[in-house]
Design a protein around this ligand. Structure first.
Ligand code: B12
Ligand code: SF4
Length: 492
């Protein structure tokens, strides 16, 4: 099988596949928040590339629009696009352009899994759910001239026996790190705003621990990022993984729920295995709001202890809060930001709650007719897309901005850092990066990318996009060079 990290013309092989991760307002090579200092290699395209059956003798080109736009003269027999909600307009526009040129288009990813009927209208075929079995099946069918319009993950799907991601399909030098790993998928919880249970159910899938270790050793990784949304979904598996990591003597960063700090032996094991930073979804300091979001296992009274337990073990915390839950009143911003400072959270983050389609929250707000835009580009945790219960759209937007500025004022950075377990220079650099971001939200975040600037105009309006509301800014990100910071996921 031929693999290319940069697109070059080759003699026509039996099958030319192009895999694309389309850009969105946040993740794009110019103007977004993920500059090189924050950009780590995405795993979706390397995972899909590794799944292409060798017997097809395919040429695979991969394009991550976080580092460069897809070239206009792309030549391929089949294009596969990965789609999240925020990138759906761009993905659909690219799909229309390629289809107009006679190239078959396959769509997959979280948004396709959440809204398959919508995605179907923009593709020759879609893959719903995880694609480890269906993508190779689709490719064989394509070559045989009988590709189906839809492939669906089977109920007995497992992550065992899958090939390791092929990171050579992306140019490693364009990323801060390619040492990005995945041990598990899914989550056992059911938080109402979360895409994971909505898209994939509540089963925790696991790669064999040996396969994860093999991947780490093969990469000679010293500092690893685990993208798993909740590494401790299955505590038994987590313990086995952490034990197996100890001999590697690496440092690692990942995501877990606050429940890790209820299990001190597991927390000790995580620390011993090299855990140096965790992202946790604290979400709210209101028990009522947490209960309403089906996340009652978070207890705000415990947050100070959680921070202390982590700091004792030299683990830094990126603590994420969301604003706009129905229990939130206009004083929530000051109270939450104050709380984050008092608790000495290393990196507090504030997002606007987003009702991603398919989630319980979306269904609830939709039934109450409170969603005022379905322009998917705005579904990113940075924009208000629904009518909040106890404040105006503007209060929610501006209040979130205020919380950022408050938490990252010089005096509050100093108060938080006093307790930080991270080496001072790094902790300070990271906080300065966040501070810069907090004070330039408008500049960093806007939806100013044309849906299809590089390709022909004919396909620029394939979707009737809904209106863009005036209220749009905010963001969460930084230019600081810290892998923990780059864990930009909103979960756990
Ligand atoms: C790593 C990650 C990132 C990274 C890298 C993103 C990237 N381009 O890969 C960064 C930090 C940049 C990022 C940013 C954001 N992310 Co993100 N991210 C993830 C995360 C944790 C892992 C993705 C991953 O690599 N998974 C491993 C691969 C192997 O799995 P996969 O992508 O699902 O692919 C499998 C299938 O879906 C399918 N598949 C996927 N694509 C395709 C395409 C084809 C053709 C086929 C056949 C199959 C297929 O096959 C694969 C193998 O089974 C996911 C959560 C999750 N677990 O999915 C969130 C997630 C994708 N992110 C999410 C969000 C909201 C964001 C942000 C908006 C957050 C923010 N406010 O900053 C930004 C937006 C970025 C953008 N593109 O505009 C949401 C998306 C929700 C939605 N409906 O849109 C998710 C699902 C998290 C969540 N629970 O809310 N993210
Ligand atoms: S928010 Fe976190 S804990 Fe809740 S379902 Fe999603 S991944 Fe699981």
């Amino acid at each position: 099988m031929l693999r290319e990290s940069t697109p070059v013309d080759v003699n026509p092989p039996s099958l030319r596949i192009a895999l694309i991760s389309p850009k969105g307002p946040l993740y794009r090579h110019r103007g977004g928040i993920f500059g090189k200092s924050l950009r780590y290699m995405p795993l979706t395209l390397p995972t899909l590339a590794a799944l292409v059956p060798p017997e097809l003798n395919a040429t695979i080109q991969c394009f991550d629009e976080g580092i460069a736009d897809v070239p206009m003269d792309l030549k391929a027999d089949l294009v596969g696009l990965t789609v999240i909600t925020g990138t759906a307009p761009r993905a659909y526009a690219l799909a229309a352009e390629f289809r107009q040129r006679g190239i078959k288009v396959v769509l997959g990813g979280p948004h396709v899994t959440l809204l398959p009927d919508e995605a179907q209208q923009h593709a020759d075929s879609i893959v719903v759910g995880y694609a480890e079995e269906e993508w190779p099946r689709l490719l064989h069918d394509f070559v045989a001239g009988r590709m189906n319009p839809r492939y669906q993950q089977r109920p007995d799907f497992e992550l065992t026996g899958r090939p390791l991601p092929d990171r050579s399909v992306l140019p490693e030098k364009r990323y801060l790190t390619a040492d990005v790993f995945e041990a598990t998928r899914g989550c056992v919880h059911n938080c109402s705003f979360c895409v994971v249970p909505a898209a994939w159910g509540r089963k925790p899938w696991q790669k064999p621990v040996e396969a994860v270790i093999e991947d780490l050793i093969r990469r000679k990784a010293r500092r690893a990022i685990f993208i798993d949304l909740n590494l401790i979904s299955d505590k038994g598996y987590a313990a086995r993984l952490f034990e197996a990591l100890i001999p590697l003597k690496i440092q690692w960063y990942g995501l877990a729920t606050t429940l890790l700090c209820d299990d001190i032996p597991l927390l000790d094991l995580a620390a011993a295995s090299g855990c140096r930073g965790l992202l946790m979804g604290l979400e709210s300091i209101s028990n009522t709001a947490l209960k309403g979001s089906h996340k009652a296992f978070n207890n705000p009274e415990e947050y100070p202890r959680i921070v202390r337990e982590l700091h004792k073990r030299r683990i830094a915390l990126q603590g994420c809060f969301v604003f706009g839950l129905d229990d939130d009143t206009p004083d929530v911003f000051q109270k939450t930001a104050d709380f984050a400072v008092r608790c000495a959270i290393d990196l507090p983050r504030f997002a606007i709650v987003t009702p991603f389609p398919g989630t319980g929250l979306y269904n609830e707000l939709s039934a109450q007719d409170r969603i005022f835009t379905r322009n998917w580009e705005l579904y990113d945790g940075q924009h208000v897309v629904f009518q909040p219960a106890q404040m105006t759209v503007d209060q929610l937007q501006k209040g979130t901005e205020y919380a950022w500025k408050y938490a990252y004022s010089w005096s509050n950075i100093a108060r938080r850092l006093w307790h930080s377990p991270t080496a001072w220079p790094l902790a300070l650099t990271t906080n300065i990066g966040y501070r810069y971001y907090a004070y330039h939200l408008d500049r960093f975040y806007n939806c100013d990318i044309p849906v299809l600037p590089t390709l022909s105009k004919s396909a620029a309006t394939p979707t009737a996009l809904p209106e863009r509301p005036a209220a749009r800014r905010e963001g969460c990100g930084t230019s600081a060079d810290d892998v923990l910071v780059s864990l930009e996921m909103r979960d756990s």
